[in-house]
Design a protein around this ligand. Structure first.
Ligand code: GLN
Length: 194
């Protein structure tokens, strides 16, 4: 199982480490279109979605990544990565990859100084323990399409959701030692390979 982590900006090394701990055979940093070759799944990290989107266009990654998503390659977007996947962004008439049937609102939990951690119930994870989630200028999902499953909410706001092979989380799962969400993504990759 070969997983890529989009490595244009953000917590790339942390995602690579979490994926390795979760049991991925091979994890590679993706900077160029050629790095997408042979990937079974792709993680889009947090950072700043406008910047990452611009860099994806500059490095000619937007089109091939969109194609991969349309062809069923599993993708996991966290924070800015979720915004990149979304079909609709609140207050904006354009999107980035536009492959995830959700409407997202950016920076919807306050400013940088208001970043926070909380314990969530996330559907589908191993065990009963709550999942510690780190929110940093996080987006939330305002609306989901028919085929989207809500996996967790925080104060009635959707913060984790899945649509078949696409997974999105508002928070930063790579910043804690709990790799259950990365394991969940790897199980989606295994499912897709069958
Ligand atoms: N606020 C950022 C954005 O709109 C996302 C923040 C993050 O990824 N930690 O892109």
């Amino acid at each position: 199982m070969k997983i890529g982590v989009l490595a244009l900006q953000g917590a790339v090394a942390e995602h690579i480490k979490s994926l390795e701990q979760a049991g991925a055979d091979e994890v590679v940093a993706v900077k160029w279109p050629a790095d997408l070759e042979g990937l079974d799944g792709l993680v889009l990290p947090g950072g700043e979605s406008t910047t990452i989107g611009k860099l994806m266009n500059k490095y000619e990654l937007m089109e091939p990544v969109r194609e991969m998503a349309k062809n069923g390659v599993p993708m996991f977007g966290t924070c800015a990565g979720l915004i990149l996947l979304a079909e609709r962004i609140h207050g904006q008439d354009w999107s980035h990859l536009g492959v995830f049937d959700v409407l997202v609102d950016r920076n919807s939990f306050g400013r940088q100084v208001d970043s926070f951690e909380t314990d969530l119930d996330v559907k589908g994870l191993e065990g009963d323990e709550k999942y510690r989630a780190v929110f940093i200028r996080a987006p939330h999902i305002m609306e989901v399409g028919d085929k989207v499953d809500v996996l967790s909410t925080f104060h009635d706001r959707v913060v984790t959701a899945r649509q078949g092979h696409i997974l999105g989380a508002s928070f930063h799962p790579e910043l804690t030692d709990d790799v259950r969400l990365h394991k969940y993504f790897l199980s989606m990759v295994e499912e897709a390979k069958k």
